[in-house]
Ligand binder design. Structure first.
Ligand code: C5P
Length: 300
């Protein structure tokens, strides 16, 4: 898959690409008084995209159309609609706009697609309507839409803290290929957090190791830990997910990691080893019958 640019002019519209992410590590520090969980997570964008086309409106207000292989909620329920409304309100703008979403990345798969769509909408409308808000202003709006929306305004590789909205770009980019294994199941992030049981000793252990590796810029070693503290909760809620991971690993593809609250399971491969990535994809599809896709770390 070739890396594409994020913005492209199409006729009198603007096409914005919204990449998926994977969590290379996900530590939960504990629950906060506001109910959210305090996180330390390394997120990396990958070159698999939803597409958002912004065009002049034909109807009054914001019109959102959804198409493509994956389902997405239409109208006001969609974060794209909410992002557009928030940005227009915040700038005191009243305009008619048509947005067409081509949904390629499945919702509820731990790949952040709705959050990425929201961030792409903020950036796209900012450019298309010549609003010229600086990125830090967009980042102030982002947490109102979702915890990891701010990450998608920056990246492509960052350590995210707080609810997930405080991002620190990680120095050098970490180049990788990843096999994303996509069970056909949508997971509710809210339910996974509600089912989460905190283990502070585990958090301390994982934090000490990940911090050491991050300081040395050895993201490759962080990845090998496959540290995702939401995994136990997600596996407890989603039937067959733990078994699927075990099956993949029994094929010699592992250790595998869960992305976010699931359901995607991923395996990181050296960036030059495309042949191995293709072999593993074939194995997973032939022996397990599960859909998978090969992606790379995204450039932007
Ligand atoms: O922020 P977002 O809307 O993506 O989060 C969905 C739900 O996941 C929240 O309503 C909350 O219950 C839970 N969550 C959490 N701690 C976080 C992020 C999300 O408890 N850091």
């Amino acid at each position: 898959m070739v890396d594409k640019e994020q913005f492209e002019t199409v006729g009198d519209g603007l096409l914005v690409r919204a990449p998926a992410k994977i969590n290379l590590s996900l530590l939960v520090a504990g629950q906060r008084p506001d109910g959210y969980h305090e996180l330390e997570t390394i997120m990396a964008k990958v070159n698999w995209y939803d597409e958002i086309l912004i065009e002049p409106g034909l109807k009054a207000g914001i019109e959102l159309l959804c198409q493509g292989p994956q389902w997405a909620p239409a109208g006001e329920e969609n974060l794209i609609y909410q992002a557009a409304k928030l940005l227009l309100q915040c700038c005191g703008l009243i305009t008619d706009i048509k947005i067409t979403l081509t949904k390629n990345i499945p919702a509820g798969s731990g790949l952040g697609s709705a959050s990425s769509d929201a961030a792409a909408t903020l950036m796209g409308l900012n450019q298309y309507l010549d609003i010229k808000l600086p990125n830090r202003q967009l980042a102030k709006l982002a947490p109102q839409l979702g915890s990891d929306v701010a990450f998608f305004l920056s990246g492509p590789l960052a350590l995210c803290k707080g609810r997930g909205e405080k991002n620190k770009k990680l120095g050098e980019n970490f180049n990788f290929l990843a096999l994303l294994i996509l069970p056909n199941v949508s997971v509710s992030t809210k339910k996974v957090y509600a089912n989460y049981k905190h283990d502070s000793a585990l958090y301390q252990r994982l934090k000490t190791r990940t911090n050491r590796y991050i300081q040395k810029n050895r993201i490759d070693l962080v990845v090998k830990m496959c540290a995702n503290m939401l995994q136990t909760s997600s596996f407890g809620l989603v039937e067959g997910l733990a078994e699927l991971k075990a099956k993949i690993e029994s094929l010699g593809i592992g250790p595998c990691c869960l992305s976010g609250s699931g359901s995607t399971i991923f395996y990181i491969i050296d960036s030059g080893d495309e042949e191995r990535a293709r072999q593993y994809k074939h194995k997973v599809e032939e022996k397990i019958g599960c859909k998978s896709i090969i992606v790379r770390n995204n450039r932007w």
